[in-house]
Write a protein that binds this ligand. Structure first.
Ligand code: NDP
Length: 309
């Protein structure tokens, strides 16, 4: 029995070796050197090339090396019968929480302006509201979104969250559905997108949504690049409708050298590192899930493929 692993070349051998040590009952192979594909039962993948997974005729399960499965589902030739396990866990949630709190506080305390003043040796004392007087909205109250919302509330922020179905999250005012979104947007001074990418959420961060936010609101996108209509962002920033944007994800990653987002003064780009999976911690989660699957036990991280996330 064999497992094939597909991840960026820089970390592929690292992943293979750790997975091999944790799953000695399987032969762990790299995607680019898969050997006899008929002997591969398990695929652990990040952004598999379209048409690639169907070339393994005896696959039993696909493991997404991340919380999202959009990078697997986008394959038009994906063998539709295969179950998909996603990779989530405390390490990934902790990393996302750190990133979101960092960037919310950066906007809340107007750090970009302080830094700009500091670069000009200006003593710019800005008085900002305290957290209870700042309203934050988190789109997506899943594993990551609910955790971030709860921790932002624990700092003292007024936090609103949005999901598809009604939810309860401690300290958070929860909204759902299209009417809930309208309610939440009108008070969202800092908006965090932690949605999965689905046909319903693609392009949700667009000029119509920006127009519903309070003037000068800031946007943090840690979901997927395709949540943002990229051409709508700079006009919203330049008009003052938006006060700033932090983008961890883009349509095309890495961003091209001449992408206008790199140099816009109100945009901070980070290289998809909000919750980058660490092979040491991630492989343990993946191995535990695969062992459950092989033993015929329920796997809590099994995705509802029909739901799309
Ligand atoms: P989950 O699948 O656990 O939760 C998704 C949440 O989004 C749920 O609350 C769900 O609602 C809500 N949702 C889905 N569709 C809609 C919709 N149409 N309208 C309103 N709400 C909707 O996701 P995670 O929290 O684990 O992760 C979220 C996303 O974050 C991932 O899919 C991935 O794209 C991104 N991510 C980014 C990383 C990075 O480093 N930048 C790292 C990890 C993840 P309901 O509760 O009703 O189902």
């Amino acid at each position: 029995m064999a497992l094939v692993v597909r991840v960026g070349a820089a970390r592929a051998a690292w992943w293979r070796d750790i997975l091999q040590s944790l799953l000695p009952e399987l032969e762990v192979r790299l995607w680019d050197d898969p050997g006899d594909k008929a002997k591969v039962d398990y695929a652990v993948v990040w952004q598999p090339p379209p048409g690639g997974l169907k070339t393994f005729p005896n696959l039993k399960v696909i493991v997404s090396m991340g919380a999202g499965i959009d990078h697997v589902l986008r394959d038009p030739e994906l063998p539709g019968h295969l179950p998909i396990i996603r990779t989530v866990g405390p390490d990934l949630t902790q990393r996302m929480r750190e990133y979101v709190i960092l960037h919310v506080l950066r906007f809340h305390r107007r750090l970009p302006e302080i830094e700009a003043s500091s670069a000009k040796k200006e003593w710019n004392q800005i008085i900002t509201p305290t957290a209870p007087n700042r309203s934050i909205a988190v789109l997506g109250l899943g594993n990551m979104g609910a955790d971030c919302a709860r921790h932002l509330a624990a700092i003292g922020f007024e936090v609103h969250g949005w999901s598809r179905r009604p939810k309860e999250v401690q300290g958070v005012t929860c909204h759902h559905g299209p009417a809930g979104l309208r309610d939440l947007l009108k008070r969202a001074e800092i908006l965090v997108c932690l949605l999965p990418l689905t046909p319903e959420t693609t392009g949700i961060l667009n000029k119509d949504l920006f127009a519903q936010l309070p003037q000068g609101a800031c946007v943090i996108n840690v979901g997927r690049g395709q949540h943002l209509v990229e051409e709508d962002l700079i006009p919203a920033l330049d008009s003052g409708q938006l006060g700033g944007a932090t983008l961890d994800v883009l349509h095309v990653e890495p961003a091209a050298e001449d992408h206008p987002f790199w140099t816009h003064p109100k945009i901070l780009l980070t290289p998809h590192i909000a919750s980058l999976i660490d092979p040491e911690a991630g492989a343990k989660i993946i191995a535990a899930n695969l062992k459950r699957f092989m033993a015929g036990e329920p796997v809590p991280d099994m995705v509802d493929v029909a739901q799309g996330y």
